[in-house]
Design a binder for this molecule. Structure first.
Ligand code: FEO
Ligand code: CA
Ligand code: CA
Length: 680
C-alpha cells in the first residue's frame, strides 16, 4: 500500500551553483546524482596534441571526397528513415516537403508546439497499459505491481522495428525516476518500500506494439499478448563478452559473474540492422551508496573514476536491497554501465549486457555496417571531459532474417576490438582562444585516430588486463591518451553518407581552474550550449583507424559571435542549445533533439541539412512542454516520434505543486510520453 505522508510546505531544493544553466537543478539531482556539482571524475592529465601534430597531407582531399558522397538534398526530404543505422546508401531522392516547414519560434509554453500544417497525438504516457491485465493508471494509488505492467517513467530512447503494414514494435527506455514528481508528499529522507519498488518497476524498458490508423494518422498502442514487454530493475540479464564471468563481476548473489538483475538509467540507444535494440546504461553511479566504506586504494580509484557516491544514494534503494550498498557488495557496481541488447521480436529472450563494448556512462550505441560485413558500434560517454568510443566486431553479419541468422548476429557485439578517439586540430593553439572565434583557416577541424584499447584476446593498454580494460574502460582510455570531450552524447552514422555525427552537449567546466582549456574539437571555455561534431573515416570505411573531422555546429544564439552554423547565414537559422540526440531522415538530413536549452526557451527538435547549399540551415521543428527535454527522435517516412521526458521538472515544482499539466491538461499531473507528429 502506498503511503503518502503530509507534504512539507516550502521544502527547499538544494541549490546547485554548478548545474548546467538551462537544466533544472532537480533534473540534475534525479537524473545523474548531481554529477556536474562534483568535480569531473576525469582527473587524468592526457595532453591535447592539437598543437603538436599539424600536417596530415590528405586531410583536405578526404574532406573533398566526402563532400561528393553527400548529395542528400538540402531542404528536400520528407521525414523518411529512422534512427536505425545501416550501410551507407544513396539519397532516396524524395520530393521536397519534409524540411519545407516554417520553424517553430522559441517559447516556454506548456505544450508540444509544432509547425502549421502538422498534427500531433500522444502515443503512450507514463502509467498507460503495456501488458494485458495492467490496472488503469491511478496517480494517487500507484503500486509496484501495477507499474510493472504499465509504461515506465521518463522515457528517453525510442526505436521502431517493423511488424507489418502500418504496425511496429516500439521500444522505449525508462531512464530514471523523479520521485518528488511521482508521489504526493514524497519524503526524500524516508522513501517507503513501496515507493522504492514502484521506482524499480518504473525503470528499464518497454516494448509496445503500435499501429498507425490510416484515417486519422494517429499512432496508437496495441495490447499485444505476445510482443508487449516490460523490463525492470528485477529482470534477469545475461552477461557476455570478454568480462563475462570475471571475478570483477562476481557477487554473493551471482558467483558466476554472468547473471545480473536489471538495467539502470537507460538513456539513448540504437536499432541494429539485425533487428534488435541497443540501450545505454548511463548515470548508474547514482543508484549506489557507501563508497566511503571502501578502503582498498585501487578499488577507491576505480569507484572515483565512475563517480560513485560516498554516502547514501539519492533514492536510498540500499535500504531495501543491499546490493546497492558498495560496502556490502562492491562488485555490483561493475555490473552496470554497459550496452544492453534487447530482442523485441523474441519477448522471452533474456536481454544481454555486452562487455565487449566497454563500461562507462553510455549515452547509447549505434551501428554501421562495414563493406566487409563487420559491424561498428559508435558510443559516447556522457560526462564532462570524457570520451568517444567505437567497437569493431570480429565477425561479419549473417544475411537473412531467419532465426539462425538472427541468433548469429546477436553475437556480433560479443567479440571484437574497442577503440577510443583521439582528435588533433590543424590550427595553431594560439588561434583557439576559448572564445569560440573561428581560427584563420575558417574551421574547427583536423584529423583523428582510433586508439585500440583491447580485443577479447589482447589488451593494448600497459598495466591493464583484458578484463580490466573492459570493466574499467575509462581508466584504460585515460592511459591510452584519449581526447577529453564536452560531454559526448549520441554518436550516430549518417545512413546516406557514412559520415558520423556526435552531439557534445555542453561543459561548463571547460577552461575552469584546474581543468583543461579550449581545444580545437572543444573550442569554447565555459561551454554552455554545446556543439555538433562531424567526421568521416578514412576511405569511408567504418573500421578505419584514422579519420578527418570538423565541427558542423557551434550551438547557441545565432546573434552571438561564438556560434557557427556550418557556414550558413546565421540570420536564417533557429537558435539551438545543448544538442543531445541525433537521428537522420532517409535523405540524410540530420535531426537534433536538445536537453537543457540555455537560451530561455523550452527544449526542442531541430532539422539541419548536412550537405549542399543549405548545410547548417538549422530549423526548429517542435518544442516540448515546460521543464521537459526532447529525446528519442525517430524519423519515419510519414511521421516523427519524440520522447517528451520529465515535463514540468522545474526547480520548486513537485507533485504537490505541478510545474506542468501536460499532456492531460486541467490540474492533472504531468506524464512523460511519446508523441507522434505528422503532416496533415
Ligand atoms: Fe541521459 Fe546523456 O543523457
Ligand atoms: Ca582549423
Ligand atoms: Ca540523452
Amino acid at each position: 500500500m502506498l503511503t503518502t505522508p503530509e507534504p512539507e510546505p516550502g521544502r527547499s531544493l538544494p541549490l546547485l551553483p554548478n548545474h548546467p544553466v538551462g537544466r533544472s537543478a532537480v533534473t540534475c539531482r534525479y537524473r545523474c546524482a548531481n554529477a556536474c556539482a562534483h568535480e569531473a571524475p576525469n582527473t587524468s592529465d592526457n595532453a591535447y596534441f592539437g598543437d603538436v601534430v599539424r600536417s596530415i597531407v590528405d586531410r583536405r582531399g578526404a574532406l573533398k571526397a566526402g563532400t561528393v558522397l553527400a548529395v542528400a538534398g538540402a531542404g528536400m526530404a520528407a521525414f523518411g528513415g529512422s534512427a536505425a543505422a545501416s550501410a551507407p546508401r544513396r539519397a532516396a531522392g524524395r520530393p521536397s516537403g519534409g524540411l519545407d516547414f516554417d520553424p517553430v519560434a522559441p517559447n516556454t509554453k506548456d505544450a508540444v508546439v509544432i509547425p502549421d500544417g502538422y498534427q500531433q497525438s500522444v502515443v503512450i504516457r507514463w502509467g498507460d497499459l503495456v501488458l494485458p491485465g495492467a490496472p488503469r493508471f491511478a496517480f494517487t494509488n500507484q503500486s509496484a505491481a501495477a507499474q510493472a505492467k504499465q509504461f515506465g517513467y521518463n522515457n528517453d530512447f525510442c526505436g521502431l522495428l517493423p511488424l507489418g503494414r502500418d504496425r511496429w514494435l516500439m521500444g522505449s527506455s525508462h531512464e530514471y525516476t523523479s520521485e518528488e514528481f511521482m508521489f504526493l508528499g514524497y519524503d526524500a529522507e524516508n522513501p517507503t518500500e513501496e515507493q522504492v519498488k514502484i521506482a524499480w518497476a518504473a525503470h528499464g524498458f518497454s516494448v509496445v506494439v503500435v499501429q498507425r490508423e490510416r484515417r486519422s494518422g494517429k499512432l496508437v498502442p496495441v495490447t499485444d499478448r505476445h510482443y508487449n514487454r516490460r523490463i525492470t530493475v528485477g529482470t534477469p540479464f545475461a552477461v557476455d563478452g570478454p568480462a563475462a564471468g570475471s571475478d570483477l563481476l562476481k557477487t554473493s548473489a551471482d558467483p558466476t559473474g554472468v547473471a545480473v538483475f536489471g538495467t539502470l538509467n537507460n538513456c539513448a540507444g540504437g536499432v541494429t540492422p539485425w533487428g534488435t535494440i541497443l540501450s545505454g546504461e548511463e548515470n548508474f553511479h547514482g543508484y549506489f551508496s557507501g563508497a566511503d566504506a571502501i578502503t582498498d586504494p585501487k578499488t577507491k580509484e576505480r569507484l572515483a573514476r565512475y563517480g560513485a557516491p560516498g554516502g547514501a544514494s539519492e533514492r536510498q534503494w540500499e535500504r531495501f536491497d543491499k546490493r546497492f550498498d558498495l560496502g556490502t557488495e562492491p562488485n555490483e557496481f561493475n555490473r552496470f554501465g554497459w550496452i544492453v541488447e534487447i530482442d523485441p521480436y523474441d519477448p522471452k529472450s533474456a536481454p544481454v549486457k555486452h562487455t565487449a563494448l566497454g563500461r562507462f556512462k553510455h549515452e547509447g550505441a549505434t551501428i554501421r555496417l562495414a563493406g566487409d560485413g563487420r559491424v561498428v558500434a559508435y558510443q559516447g560517454d556522457d560526462e564532462r571531459f570524457d570520451y568517444i568510443y567505437k567497437f569493431v566486431s570480429k565477425n561479419t553479419m549473417a544475411r537473412g532474417t531467419g532465426r539462425p541468422a538472427r541468433e548469429q548476429n546477436k553475437k556480433l557485439l560479443s567479440e571484437g576490438t574497442l577503440y577510443v578517439a583521439k582528435f588533433t586540430g590543424d590550427s595553431p593553439a594560439s588561434e583557439i582562444d576559448g572564445s569560440g572565434k573561428l581560427p584563420s583557416d575558417g574551421l574547427f577541424d583536423g584529423t583523428g585516430e582510433w586508439l585500440p584499447l583491447a580485443s577479447n584476446e589482447e589488451s593494448f593498454v600497459d598495466g591493464f588486463s583484458v578484463e580490466e580494460v573492459f570493466v574499467f574502460t575509462r581508466l584504460a582510455a585515460d592511459k591510452a591518451g584519449a581526447t577529453k570531450m564536452d560531454r559526448p552524447e549520441d554518436v550516430e552514422p549518417n545512413p546516406v553518407t557514412g559520415r558520423v555525427y556526435a552531439a557534445l552537449t555542453n561543459n561548463s567546466d571547460r577552461g575552469a581552474a584546474g581543468e583543461e582549456g579550449a581545444t580545437e574539437p572543444n573550442p569554447r571555455n565555459g561551454n554552455k550550449h554545446g556543439h555538433v561534431l562531424e567526421w568521416e573515416e578514412n576511405g569511408n570505411d567504418p573500421t578505419a583507424t584514422r579519420f578527418a573531422w570538423r565541427l558542423l555546429l557551434v550551438c547557441g544564439d545565432p546573434n552571438a559571435v561564438d556560434t557557427y552554423f556550418g557556414g550558413y547565414d546565421k540570420s536564417q537559422v533557429s537558435p539551438i542549445s545543448c544538442p543531445d540526440n541525433v537521428a537522420f531522415d532517409e535523405a540524410g538530413n540530420l535531426w537534433i533533439s536538445t536537453d537543457g536549452n540555455a537560451l530561455e526557451s523550452n527544449d526542442g527538435l531541430f532539422s539541419v541539412p548536412v550537405s549542399g547549399e543549405h548545410r547548417g540551415h538549422v530549423k526548429q521543428f517542435l518544442t516540448v512542454p515546460i521543464g521537459a527535454e526532447t529525446c528519442g527522435p525517430v524519423l519515419e517516412k510519414d511521421f516523427v516520434l519524440v520522447s517528451v521526458q520529465h515535463p514540468g521538472e522545474l526547480d520548486g515544482a513537485s507533485a504537490d505543486n505541478p510545474g506542468s499539466h501536460w499532456p492531460d491538461g486541467g490540474d492533472s499531473q504531468p506524464r512523460p510520453s511519446v508523441v507522434a507528429v505528422w503532416k496533415g
